[in-house]
Design a protein. Structure first.
Length: 216
């Protein structure tokens, strides 16, 4: 039996090496994540598969959370992927506050270090508004409820060293730092800047052609 196993391994060593390297690649270099909820609407929609750059901030030992080298730190506006110990699940959110920042939310308008961000309404329906929000000179979309919610405002929060304040772009429908608290730096596993592909959950999982290799 042992000779048979050795023979099988020898005959398939190239394939086994490929599989091993693929797992190492997904563990520490790049991966993709399915997005099942609408907490990042309208930027990321349900059914999107996003590309996760796991080397955006750290070089980690494969299959572990052990940091071998810090490459950079998350910046305001980055869309990050993190594993929350508090919620025991993985999240995709936008970085709003970095260490040292004071962040406040007034009726879905953000103030960072006392300065209110710029907003412009793009679309409106009976329930919600889609707006542009500008962080560090870069525009992105957010969605808010016209009637607001319990998440629409919070008092000033000073972000301590080693933590980040994150929000979903769907501001009144997101479990983020307003629900699970500030995010420790070591829980952040990567950054995304693009959608690889997208399946329409409401229409028989038909691919959305306009979101194939879609920049965020």
């Amino acid at each position: 039996m042992s000779n048979l196993i050795i023979k099988i391994l020898k005959e398939n060593k190239s394939f086994l090496l490929f599989i091993s390297l693929m797992f190492v690649f997904r563990s520490s270099i790049a991966d993709w994540n399915d997005v099942p909820t609408g907490s990042m609407n309208p930027t990321i929609v349900e059914g999107d598969r996003i590309l996760v750059n796991k080397m955006a901030y750290d070089l980690r030992l494969p299959f572990t959370n052990i940091q071998l080298m810090k490459l950079s730190d998350p910046e305001r506006g980055d869309i990050v992927i993190f594993n929350s110990d508090v919620a025991n699940k993985r999240f995709v959110k936008r970085v709003i506050g970095i260490p040292g920042d004071t962040v406040e939310l007034r009726d879905n308008a953000l103030l960072i270090n006392g300065q209110m961000l710029e907003y412009k309404t793009l679309t409106s329906d009976q329930v919600s508004l889609d707006k542009t929000e500008i962080i560090k000179g870069v525009e992105h979309l957010i969605r808010i409820n016209k009637e607001g919610s319990s998440l629409s405002s919070f008092l000033p929060v000073k972000v301590p060293e080693g933590s980040y304040l994150v929000l979903g772009d769907n501001r009144d429908n997101s479990s983020d730092s307003r629900v699970i608290g500030l995010i420790p730096r070591d829980e952040i596993i990567g950054r995304t800047k693009s959608v690889i592909l997208s399946l329409n959950y409401q229409n028989y999982f038909i691919p959305r052609a306009d979101r194939f290799i879609h920049a965020l």
